[in-house]
Design a protein around this ligand. Structure first.
Ligand code: BGC
Length: 514
């Protein structure tokens, strides 16, 4: 079906393309997922660094004084400082802007070059940060890191979705999320050790450590082949077909059907001169809405409150520096471990059940955290003595909340958008996903400490409200995409009770569609 909206098989029955998880595809996807590492390392590193006294003393002396010396300060407001949060959040603002440029590079040069470019810029940012002498150097370094992250997360999920055989696309794509969580955990471990460095310069090692994932992504991007879709977009069908055959590990004849569909999608894509204005068309309404709401909701779970500010949060509830970094190490470990549930389950149980279970867990334990903090800190934020068990119970509740996110909105917030867009709008729509995600990540990084200061324990109720809302949204509006070939995805919208009125353009859907 030319004309732009994906490819339909006759009668609307999903096709079955042969294809195995070849060593080739596995290695490619693992290497590509390394892109998540650089993203994760940044998420995890800033919270720990901003809780290190030597770092605060040097760059944010006001916060240091308030935190370390003024014992009477309201606990909720200890860390409320614009420049401090700017240090964390500037990265995401840069990533937001960069992802637009990245979409052009991805479309014209291919997913692979985007990753390589991202890794290189990221490396420069890591070096500047490690050598920082003043706040300006810190922020410039963070901005370069952000540009690198923008490139990597624009290209990696698309790369993996195109390389993976559709039956395993979910699990392989979740590797991206897994590598984000590995990056976060590595950052937690690094912070735990560097804060103990006697010369007080451990934060330099923490920030400079970002060079390691940058090198890994740079090298792996260098070794990666371009996706068949990308090769075809650049006008080389013979090479594209050969690549598809190698990636799928099947014979020339067996790869025929899938290749033809990719060619058709690619032609439709070429006919589209401006994917951005194309996105405004009625038939892309579900895609457009998903590309905005899914990343927005992912951030409104409040996960980054924990990822960015767990050490600060734990100090707030009475932990010492060491114990608080230890606790964020524990939440980082839980985050990574629980992601395996989705590696196993996305293609087996489907996306929707994971969204429901994860949403339920997050909701319950966010309310629990709000109640625990409200109970002891009240609205004044003054607290005298906290029993030992108290902080432990709070950490356990936070861990369960994190695990709920780690097998649902964490991976699926990237996976679902990357698999629902037809090729002709894929790069542009993925840019929207990245931008919206980065915008809300920025917003939460920037205003969380101020929100905590004003909304107090109610902040966790605020996020719980959004978790309830997004779970209802999934129930009514997000179709199951498990086991559907990416070029066949148009069918899920045509069958959907609400979206069908937007996407069915050539007459009524075929009879078996509900
Ligand atoms: C989100 C990040 C989050 C991370 C936690 C990712 O999917 O995009 O914002 O920090 O998961 O594991």
């Amino acid at each position: 079906m030319a004309g732009g909206f994906g490819i339909q098989s006759g009668g609307g029955v999903p096709k079955d393309y042969p294809g195995k998880v070849t060593t080739y595809v596995l290695v490619t996807c693992i290497a590509a997922a390394m892109g998540g590492l650089i993203f994760g390392y940044d998420i995890g590193i800033s919270g720990g660094v901003t809780s290190m006294p030597p770092f605060l003393k040097r760059f944010f002396p006001n916060v240091y004084r308030k935190e370390a010396l003024d014992k009477s300060t309201n606990q909720y407001c200890k860390f409320d400082s614009f420049t401090l949060t700017m240090f964390t959040s500037s990265l995401y603002l840069a990533a937001l802007v960069a992802s637009f440029g990245a979409s052009k590079v991805t479309r014209s040069l291919g997913r692979r070059w985007s990753m390589l470019l991202g890794g290189t810029i990221f490396l420069c940012g890591a070096i500047i940060n490690a050598a920082a002498q003043n706040i300006a150097m810190l922020i410039i370094g963070r901005i370069l890191l952000g540009v690198g992250v923008g490139f990597a997360i624009q290209s990696v999920p698309l790369y993996v979705s195109e390389m993976a055989p559709y039956k395993h696309r979910g699990s392989l794509n979740v590797l991206f999320q897994l590598s984000i969580t590995v990056g976060i955990l590595c950052a937690n471990v690094v912070n735990y050790f560097t804060q103990k460095m006697a010369n007080g310069e451990g934060w330099r090692v923490s920030l400079g450590g970002a060079a390691v994932p940058a090198l890994i992504i740079g090298i792996s991007a260098f070794l990666l082949p371009n996706t068949p879709n990308s090769i075809l977009e650049k006008g080389n069908p013979t090479k594209a077909r050969e690549m598809l055959r190698r990636v799928r590990g099947v014979s020339d004849r067996e790869v025929e059907a899938e290749f033809n569909d990719i060619v058709e999608a690619s032609e439709a894509s070429k006919a589209v001169k401006d994917p951005w204005s194309n996105l405004g068309k009625r038939k892309y309404r579900p895609h457009l809405i998903m590309s905005v709401l899914i990343p927005m909701f992912q951030q409104l779970t409040g996960i980054n409150v924990v990822m960015f500010y767990a050490p600060v949060l734990f100090i707030t509830i009475g932990f010492g520096n060491n114990a608080s970094l230890m606790s964020s190490l524990i939440t980082g470990g839980v985050n990574m471990a629980a992601t395996f549930i989705s590696v196993y389950g996305t293609d087996k149980w489907g996306r929707r059940p994971l969204f429901f279970w994860g949403g339920g867990l997050m909701l319950i334990f966010q309310v629990a955290v709000a109640s625990l903090i409200g109970w002891k800190f009240g609205v004044t934020g003054q607290v005298d003595n906290l029993p030992d068990w108290y902080a432990i119970v709070v950490v356990i509740c936070i861990c369960i909340f994190v695990s709920g996110f780690a097998f649902s909105w964490g991976p699926l917030g990237w996976l679902v958008p990357s698999e629902i867009f037809p090729l002709e709008i894929r790069s542009a729509a993925q840019s929207i996903v990245v931008c919206v995600n980065m915008f809300f990540t920025f917003l939460i990084a920037q205003i969380f400490l101020t929100m905590l200061c004003h909304m107090k324990f109610g902040l966790f109720i605020f996020f719980a409200f959004f978790v309830a809302l997004m779970t209802a949204f999934i129930y009514f509006f997000v179709p199951e995409t498990k086991n559907i070939p990416i070029e066949e995805m148009s069918q899920v919208w045509e069958k959907h009770w609400y979206w069908k009125k937007y996407v069915v353009v050539d007459g009524p859907p075929s009879p078996e569609k509900v």
